[in-house]
Write a new protein. Sequence first.
Length: 176
Amino acid sequence: MKKISLDELHRIDIETFKQSPKLPIIIILDNIRSQYNIGSIFRTCDAFRVEQLLLCGITAKPPSREIEKSALGATQSVIWKYFSTTQEAVEYCKNRNYKIVAIEQTDESIDIRQFDVLKNQPYAFIFGNEVHGVDQKIIDQCNFCIEIPQFGTKHSFNVAVTSAIVMYDFFIKYQI
């Protein structure tokens, strides 16, 4: 077994990336406070060729040294927009016929393992603030919520980890 070098990975350049087909999802960040989390989410959006990343409220936006530290250039490849409120981002997605899905623990959340991806349906996934989660007013606007089951003593994953799990799950289900 030999580790693959960067040259052997044959990564595409930013222009090729921008022209490539995208996964039919939009990621909405609802008031994320850590710029390192934001950068990590940019990087994961790049990895899965997500259509857009919507930054809302107090969520920082590029250019930012802290975002770039974990984004590693993904701020240049991923299409992103800023909205002063998450509600505006939700309306933006609704007007484009996206299913609005919060990743949150609610009394009606769907276990991610039971989430069936409809290939002809684009989705907008909302990820909430590190302390307060997705605001209830935003949850009220959603078609449904998804929850990732957890079996330890903590009740939540880090938002960057959560977004990576959701994007990967969607990617795998969409490719089938």
